[in-house]
Write a protein that binds this ligand. Structure first.
Ligand SMILES: Nc1ncnc2c1ncn2[C@@H]1O[C@H](COP(=O)(O)OP(=O)(O)OP(=O)(O)O)[C@@H](O)[C@H]1O
Length: 258
């Protein structure tokens, strides 16, 4: 089991931010967490990465039971986390290759001398992610989409069991977004691909590869299950309190007002 949450609740400053979350993610599944602004997506991710500790309930991530052992750093080495908010944290003068290499050391900087094997792995990720044209360019000069690819490469360097993509298409134009989604699709098909967790508030980004979806609303699980069963017009109309229609085209959903 990759994620196993039972009755997980989280209180912050006297307010319940997550309430009775039941959620199981098995190996071989890829999940979307879908919720509107303020639904608790960030709180849920921070809990998965052991930045938050559940106020109530039981949980396990990648076979590690919360509360039994000290988690934190050790768990986070097994989780790749890519979000647009991470983009700011890197030294802008490092080039793409160096940023990807730094993922091998689970640190923001690059303090150790990389082995030949690690260098080769970073080169193969540059190729796989289409980053070769800007491998030697400093991070500060990259576009948003290029930065996201480099950060995905950095996350994959550590061979994580779980790769969390937190709104990775933020700030991308249509073409850059579709190209990044193609790359994510490609990653999902690689041998030993990590379990993918894609967090978004845009239904149209839900690729066919995402077999399962969790709808999060006001800190509670509104629905979980196979993506096609969860993303129905009736269910989403109920979720939004607004009549919507889900249109499927080439196995991708789109949302319109009914
Ligand atoms: N420390 C805190 N004290 C009180 N309320 C908090 C605290 N942290 C978060 N919240 C509230 O919990 C709710 C969930 O926040 P969270 O950031 O997880 O939402 P989100 O789904 O990630 O939203 P968005 O998509 O806008 O980023 C929000 O209403 C937020 O204001």
């Amino acid at each position: 089991m990759i994620i196993d949450m039972e009755n997980v609740s989280l209180m912050k400053d006297g307010k319940w931010i997550l309430k009775d979350i039941h959620w199981k993610v098995d190996k071989g599944e890829s999940w979307v967490v879908y919720g509107l602004n303020g639904a608790g997506k960030t709180a849920l991710l921070n809990t998965l990465c052991a930045y938050n500790f559940p106020t109530k309930g039981k949980m396990e991530v990648l076979g590690r039971e919360f509360g039994k052992v000290m988690l934190g750093e050790e768990l986070r080495k097994q989780i790749g986390f890519v979000s647009s908010s991470l983009q700011q944290k890197f030294n802008l003068s490092y080039n793409s290759f160096e940023i990807i290499l730094s993922g091998a050391y689970a640190s923001i900087g690059l303090y150790e001398k990389p082995t030949q094997e690690i260098r080769e792995k970073a080169i193969s990720l540059l190729e796989q992610l289409g980053c070769m044209p800007y491998a030697n360019r400093s991070y500060g000069t990259l576009s948003q989409g290029e930065k996201q690819r480099v950060l995905i490469g950095r996350a994959l360097m550590a061979e994580p069991g779980l790769l969390i993509l937190d709104e990775p298409t933020n700030g991308l134009d249509f073409v850059a977004k579709e190209q990044l989604l193609d790359t994510i699709d490609k990653i999902s098909r690689t041998e030993n691909a990590p379990t993918l967790l894609y967090v978004t508030h845009h239904v149209d980004e839900i690729l066919p590869v995402f077999s399962h979806t969790l709808l999060l609303k006001k800190g509670e699980v509104f629905a979980t299950g196979k993506t096609k069963d969860v993303l129905t017009s009736a269910r989403l109309s109920d979720f939004f309190h607004l009549d919507v229609e889900v249109l499927w085209n080439h196995d991708r959903p789109a949302l319109v007002r009914a």
